[in-house]
Design a protein around this ligand. Structure first.
Ligand SMILES: [Zn+2]
Length: 79
């Protein structure tokens, strides 16, 4: 399973050579952002599930200071 804000690994790396993606939108379609270059990719949920290799880091454990491209989703922000 995956959640908004998770960092995931796909079966194929992005063209830039990075295989770390942030899940930036979860709905009927899934949007992921390459953490190497910031490129956005939109996939259907079915495609995403097919291409997902594994969740590298759950959203709650991501340290945004270590991930320049990472944007913490609003619902996870804590005071
Ligand atoms: Zn990339």
């Amino acid at each position: 399973m995956f959640e908004l804000g998770d960092i995931v690994q796909m079966k194929k790396p992005h063209a830039c050579g990075t295989n770390r993606w942030e899940v930036t939108r979860v709905g009927a379609d899934i949007k992921i952002k390459c953490l190497g270059c910031g490129h956005l990719v939109m996939l259907t949920r079915r495609d995403f599930t097919k291409k997902l290799k594994k969740v590298l880091l759950p959203a709650a454990e991501v340290d945004p200071e270590q991930e320049p491209q990472y944007v913490r989703p609003a619902p996870l922000q804590r005071p």
